[in-house]
Design a protein around this ligand. Structure first.
Ligand code: 13P
Length: 260
């Protein structure tokens, strides 16, 4: 059976606990559960515990936006995947904002991937090139390095439920997503890396998302791209109507492909 499409709301460092709860309340009224679409909310760490009691689990799952790879100990300010394990289904790992503002390198991302998997949390690995790298025609090499390193301490079994999000850094936070042909090229290349490492079955199983200026009007053209299995949504996920429209758009495009 085809896996459901996946729509992830990355709320980043936005919303107080109270505001997050209000947003979930509004979303709950607007979002219909569909078997063909899985919806995941990634609020700040602070909101995970309260929201875990508030969400309707037929409609929503929770993700952490990050996690620390060591299970426990003297690491002031950190939160480990081990501490998150009963709270979240997924964790976003290697987001470009972590790589850029927190200097996360390839090896740390690799260790986070392994730690999440070890703690039964499904990783949503983010990869993508910067504007400079794109202009230097380095997209393929950047994606290769990010994917290969991040997956290198896993097994083919760990790949069963793997999610990789292609997020070109230059398309994040604007109103202009990457063109479908750019997305198609990147998705094909990412899948090829997975195949190279873990074989055809793993490549078929991995769900690949697109992130970067996902807004309702672009959903159908992005979801038409071959090999795209969902969206990782930033700013538009902070607006209940926009996010509900995005989910509905993903549902309709799955339906149009006979996967609804
Ligand atoms: P925007 O949707 O705001 O461009 O953010 C994308 C993103 O970074 C999701 O992780």
């Amino acid at each position: 059976m085809k896996k459901p499409k996946l729509v992830v709301a990355n709320w980043k460092m936005n919303l107080s606990v109270h505001q997050a709860s209000l947003l979930v309340n509004k979303l709950d009224k607007k979002v219909q559960p569909h078997r063909s679409v899985e919806v995941v909310l990634a609020p700040s760490y602070l909101c995970l515990q309260p929201l875990s009691h508030e969400i309707d689990r037929r409609k929503f799952r929770l993700a952490a936006q990050d996690g620390y790879p060591i299970d426990g100990g003297a690491y002031t300010g950190a939160i480990s995947f081990n501490q998150l394990r009963d709270l979240v289904h997924y964790a976003i790992i290697g987001h470009s904002e972590r790589r850029r503002y927190f200097n996360e390198g390839l090896e740390l991302v690799r260790d986070k991937m392994a730690s999440a998997v070890r703690n039964n949390i499904l990783p949503i690995l983010c990869v993508g090139e910067t504007w400079e790298e794109r202009n230097l025609k380095e997209t393929k090499i950047v994606l290769h390095d990010q994917v290969i390193t991040a997956l290198s301490n896993l097994t083919s079994e760990d790949m069963q439920d793997m999610v990789i999000a292609y997020e070109p850094v230059w398309a994040i936070g604007g109103h202009d997503p990457a063109k479908p042909e750019d997305i198609a090229r990147a998705v094909e290349w990412i899948r090829y890396q997975v195949k190279d490492l873990y074989g055809q079955k793993a490549a078929d199983n991995v769900r690949i998302l697109y992130g970067g200026s996902d807004e309702p009007e672009f959903v159908s053209s992005i979801m038409e791209v071959d090999g795209i299995d969902g969206l990782l949504v930033g700013h538009a996920s902070l607006d209940s109507q926009q996010f509900a429209d995005i989910i509905e758009g993903v549902y309709l495009s799955a339906l149009g492909r006979g996967e609804g």
